[in-house]
Design a protein around this ligand. Sequence first.
Ligand SMILES: [Zn+2]
Length: 111
Amino acid sequence: MTFIPNPKQDPGPKKKRKRIAAYSTKRAKQVEVYKKRRRIFLDKPENKYCFIDRCNDLATTIEHTAGRSGEMLLNEEYWKPCCLRCNLELENNPKLSKKYQLSRIHKGKRA
Ligand SMILES: [Zn+2]
């Protein structure tokens, strides 16, 4: 690193990071609640298997069919039991996610 004599030139991306960190604290609490509820959810007999047609693998993850931003993370109405393979497939395959997810979210946000 070379010494830069004018620190005022710095555009200051660090300030942005601070704001995200403050948000994450709130989010971290939601995630804590989520982790507990997630285990309970996947322990239910009706949630034992992946919800994707013809998959039948054991569900080890939760697919958030309405996304997981904000309060949606904890809205169990939109949770679906999902195996890891299908979960990744849903993330990477727009056709599949269109079939199983409630629109939005995938409209370019994922790039
Ligand atoms: Zn599956």
